[in-house]
Ligand binder design. Structure first.
Ligand SMILES: C[S@@+](CC[C@H](N)C(=O)[O-])C[C@H]1O[C@@H](n2cnc3c(N)ncnc32)[C@H](O)[C@@H]1O
Length: 463
């Protein structure tokens, strides 16, 4: 296979952007595509796959290139010469012949092959930072080695059937007619798994809103909230709306979903996606401060808290995260998650339900958060069910969800404030008077199709 120098040179530049300038991989890839808009689909695939493979196996490839372990994480030690070495190791280990480029003149294939046979520590072989391996080992104990072994396996692409427009069997047939082969995933009634790599976002069926790209584990979260048509639902960390769309379908477009987030651009994307998917019951609202939440106290039958997390359950799709995360960041997230759980639980009406969810595998972000919440709110809240989706057992992304029920009987002070505030929430939603409400118009007009990340089917879930 003859590889054009221009593509490999761009791979080297993009890896420099990612590891030295600390750019996110998807942004670096997107930027490169903009600069090379004449590249065909084969070139783009070669480029993107190489970049992601190097990011995924960075530490291992660094070792295979004969570079000192530890330097892989030091920006001052990562220059073009080292990156060419890493790329060469990736190319050779994927069974391809090195091209005759000047930059590769000093690289000996037999040295790479010899280093491949040397036994190294699991964090080098699985390409993880030491601190992350230690933390996961400490928190997950005996379960960690099996999970660690799955985190670098390429993720399959799963589709979620949009049941507002079609059903799974018809979607499978339609995709088959369009030349795309899929298989139904039995335990998850909406899921199809792609049998080959395609740019799914370019498919006509995607543009028609017949499906969304969503990992199999993620497809289990919205049903876990037990919504019904006609309910008032709040998706409080809605992001670009992966779960909002699913909730809208489960509610058969009846009732109301308030999709909240702290980023307007994500909510704008959510609106576009609702337009494409035909979800009419979702409204967006930007969270601008604690008032946005207090105003909605006691409002919802169901609340989904798909909180910001480390994304350690979706490393296969977003390998970048392991190089960008830090212990400090995880600890900051844990504080934020508990704060969201504590404050936003007030949105649920007495007798209503809440789901706390993450795409993390760490108990400190998952069950320990729920236990901590229950330790102080146990008089009002009961844990109904937990979903612990272990990637080593399912073969899908790692997810966690806990469903909590708010008791009908509330502590006296809370009951008074909930009834006063829920009245004000109703009036806020009924009258479109405030500035916040102008932004809050029901989603109706489909806007042009949104641009999607190139790789990583469900990026918004791991944000
Ligand atoms: C895991 S992502 C949500 C993904 C989304 N539910 C989906 O399925 O596509 C977490 C989201 O929480 C948002 N977020 C962060 N802090 C927040 C806060 N204090 N209140 C509400 N949302 C917040 C982030 O902007 C991000 O979009």
């Amino acid at each position: 296979m003859k590889v054009p120098h221009i593509i490999i040179a761009q791979i080297i530049r993009s890896l420099h952007d990612i590891f030295v300038d600390r750019r996110y991989s998807d942004k670096a890839v997107e930027f490169a595509f903009k600069n090379h808009h004449k590249w065909g689909s084969r070139d783009r695939r070669l480029f993107a796959e190489s970049v992601y493979e190097c990011v995924r196996h960075w530490r291992w490839l660094w070792h295979l290139a004969g570079l000192p372990d530890g330097d892989h994480a030091k920006r001052e030690c990562i220059g073009d010469e080292q990156i060419w070495g890493v790329w060469a190791a990736q190319w050779v280990t994927s069974g391809k012949e090195l091209p005759l480029f000047d930059e590769l003149a000093g690289i000996r294939v037999q040295d790479i092959r010899a280093r491949e046979k040397i036994e190294v520590a699991p964090m080098i072989r699985q390409s993880l930072p030491d601190w992350l391996d230690e933390r996961c080992g400490r928190e997950l104990g005996a379960a960690w080695p099996a999970i660690r072994a799955t985190l670098n396996q390429p993720a399959e692409v799963y589709l979620r059937t949009n049941t507002l427009k079609t059903e799974r069997r018809s979607l499978k047939e339609r995709l088959g007619q369009d030349g795309f082969i899929t298989e139904a995933l039995k335990p998850i009634p909406t899921a199809l798994v792609m049998q080959q790599r395609y740019n799914v976002f370019a498919m006509a069926a995607f543009k028609e809103g017949l499906f969304e790209v969503q990992d199999a584990s993620s497809q289990r979260v919205a049903p876990f909230l037990q919504v019904e048509p006609g309910m008032k639902v709040i998706d409080a960390c809605a992001g670009a709306g992966g779960k909002t769309l699913h909730l809208g379908a489960l509610m058969q477009n009846k009732g109301r979903i308030l999709a909240l987030d702290v980023h307007q651009w994500k909510l704008n994307e959510l609106r576009k996606r609702c337009g494409r998917a035909g979800v009419d019951v979702a409204e967006t609202r930007l969270i601008e401060g604690s008032k946005s939440i207090k105003r909605l106290a006691g409002y919802a039958d169901r609340v989904l808290l798909d909180v910001p997390c480390s994304g350690l359950g979706v490393l296969r799709r977003n390998p970048d995260a392991k190089w960008k995360l830090s212990e400090v960041e995880i600890d900051r997230l844990i504080i934020e998650q508990q704060d969201i759980l504590t404050r936003y639980s007030s949105l649920v009406k007495p007798g209503g339900k809440l789901v706390y969810a993450t795409c993390s595998i760490l108990p400190s972000e998952n069950e320990q958060q729920v236990q901590k919440f229950l330790a102080t709110h146990g008089d009002e809240w009961t844990l109904e069910e937990e979903l612990k989706l272990n990637p080593a057992e399912t073969g899908h992304d790692g997810f966690y969800a806990a469903r909590l029920v708010r008791s009908m009987k509330q502590p006296e002070a809370a009951a008074e404030s909930a009834s006063a505030e829920s009245t004000s929430a109703e009036s806020v939603s009924a009258e479109s008077t405030s500035a916040e409400e102008v932004d809050d118009a029901p989603v109706s007009n489909p806007e042009p199709e949104a641009r999607r990340p190139v790789a990583g089917g469900e990026k918004s879930d791991s944000e």
